[in-house]
Ligand binder design. Structure first.
Ligand SMILES: Cc1cc2nc3c(=O)[nH]c(=O)nc-3n(C[C@H](O)[C@H](O)[C@H](O)COP(=O)(O)OP(=O)(O)OC[C@H]3O[C@@H](n4cnc5c(N)ncnc54)[C@H](O)[C@@H]3O)c2cc1C
Length: 411
């Protein structure tokens, strides 16, 4: 009898789930263990700060596959059992329940852990982060009661999505950002300024250029203390100040985990047989020209699908134009490639709220941001992927469809 191999996937989120599916789709017949610390079937996170927070979509609907469907794929799902260690010399993955799973190859796809605002009062009840379905349930339940005074802390897209959702639910909301120019890091200066012009009409107040230095309250939070001396009332606080890689279970003498797990172009770490994908993976992105660690849905999905083939011995290099989106206040924001403010920037005004900015270097599109114009960003991704040579005049012509430009030049 031939001994079956065991591939163990640590982290049953987007990257881990897609990797398990992809192993089977690519003909891997041996054992797959998909191990997660949440008591839920693998699910998608983007709706957690959007429809699920507002209550227009159920958490159940975010599930990637039903239990039966995982059984049909013959994937051994181990849920609610955190991995506590990886013994690379013994080739074993240790679970909190005490079980050791012997592994021929391991994929680490444990995502991120929310950073917190570590100031006096941070332990008070009513201060939340938003990463998991459980977080969404707790915060959403509270917000849907309405009439709360809510402070959202953070300068990125997740923060503004949460602020918009909380305000739509009838709460009094203030969005607090340390940067004077919120969202600039996420979408670049032009799109950030354009978006901020919309927020003056929104149902939340934006206070930019302030730091939170403390939280006030007895047991429950009642106020947020700012570095300008003000204390703002708040009975719910949501902090959205980024995430760090969820790698605490790894031995730091074996793995350098500070900036995620460094992997090569096949997404393998320098420990042979140990791979990483999704929010934990630190890889060289050819579209950026350096090492990055993304917190992006498409990256997690595609790396999960890709790494399965690497685990099976494929030698191809990972290559995907980075892409992120956000939906809030009726605006669809999409970002692709490298938002490099030192590049030339071509604006495409389509009228109304539809506008995109293309970042151009050496006659090639290197980045794109679009507001309510997904087709420009999609087409820009093709231009970037194929390295199509373009002129700024061609790009600025809103009468021409960028998709046609991509097709014409590639033809
Ligand atoms: C609220 C929210 C909104 C988002 N919105 C967008 C969006 O609009 N657009 C976009 O592009 N991206 C968005 N993202 C980012 C996107 O969802 C992530 O990039 C993606 O989920 C990452 O997938 P992953 O598999 O790497 O990690 P995850 O999906 O986080 O999965 C990792 C899993 O591993 C588990 N785990 C961690 N440690 C252990 C352990 N020791 N043992 C076992 N299991 C463990 C985690 O609990 C989790 O279940 C959003 C993220 C969040 C949180």
């Amino acid at each position: 009898m031939v001994n079956k191999r065991s591939y163990v996937i640590v982290g049953a989120g987007m990257a881990g789930a897609r990797a398990a599916e992809s192993l089977r789709a690519n003909g891997f017949d041996d054992r797959i263990f998909l191990v997660g610390d949440e008591g839920k079937l693998p699910y998608e996170r983007p709706p957690l700060s959007k429809e699920c927070l507002q209550g227009s979509k159920s958490l159940f609907s975010t599930t990637l596959r039903e239990w039966d469907s995982w059984m049909e794929l013959a994937v051994h799902l181990v849920l609610d059992d955190p991995v506590t260690g990886l013994d690379t010399s013994a080739g074993a993955v240790r679970l909190a329940s005490g079980i050791d799973i012997v592994a021929d190859k391991v994929l680490i796809a444990t995502g991120g852990v929310c950073r917190t605002v570590d100031v006096p009062g941070a332990e008070l009840a009513g201060i939340h982060t938003l990463r998991t379905a459980d977080d969404c349930e707790v915060v959403g339940d509270r917000l849907r009661r309405g009439r709360s005074t809510v402070a959202v802390v953070g300068g990125g897209l997740l923060a503004v999505e949460a602020a918009a959702a909380a305000a739509a639910l009838g709460n009094e909301v203030v969005w607090l950002c340390r940067s004077r120019h919120p969202l600039t890091g996420a979408v670049g200066g032009h799109a950030a300024a354009h978006l901020r012009s919309h927020y003056s009409d929104a149902d939340f107040d934006l206070i930019a250029g302030v730091s939170v230095v403390g939280f006030e309250g007895v047991d429950r939070v009642r106020g947020v203390v700012l570095d300008d001396g003000r204390t703002l009332p708040a009975d719910v606080v949501l902090t959205a100040v980024g995430q760090r890689p969820a790698l605490d279970f790894l031995d730091p003498t074996v793995f350098d985990t500070q900036h995620g797990l460094a992997v090569d172009a096949r997404l393998e770490t320098d420990t042979p047989g140990v791979f990483a994908a999704g929010d934990v993976a630190n890889f060289v992105d050819p579209f950026v020209g350096g090492r990055v660690r993304y917190g992006m849905w498409l990256n997690a999905q595609n790396q999960g699908q890709f790494v399965a083939r690497s685990m099976m011995g494929d030698t191809a290099a990972y290559r995907q134009v980075p892409w992120y989106w956000s939906d809030h206040l009726g605006l669809n924001v999409q970002m692709a490639g490298h938002i490099d403010e030192t590049a030339s920037i071509v604006a495409r005004e389509h009228g109304g709220d539809s506008v995109s900015w293309l970042y151009v270097r050496d006659h090639r599109v290197v980045g794109a941001v679009g507001i309510n114009v997904p087709r420009d960003v999609r087409a820009a991704m093709v231009l970037m992927d194929r390295g199509v040579e373009v002129t700024e005049t061609e790009l600025a012509d809103t009468g021409s469809d960028l998709r046609a430009l991509a097709k014409k030049v590639a033809a």
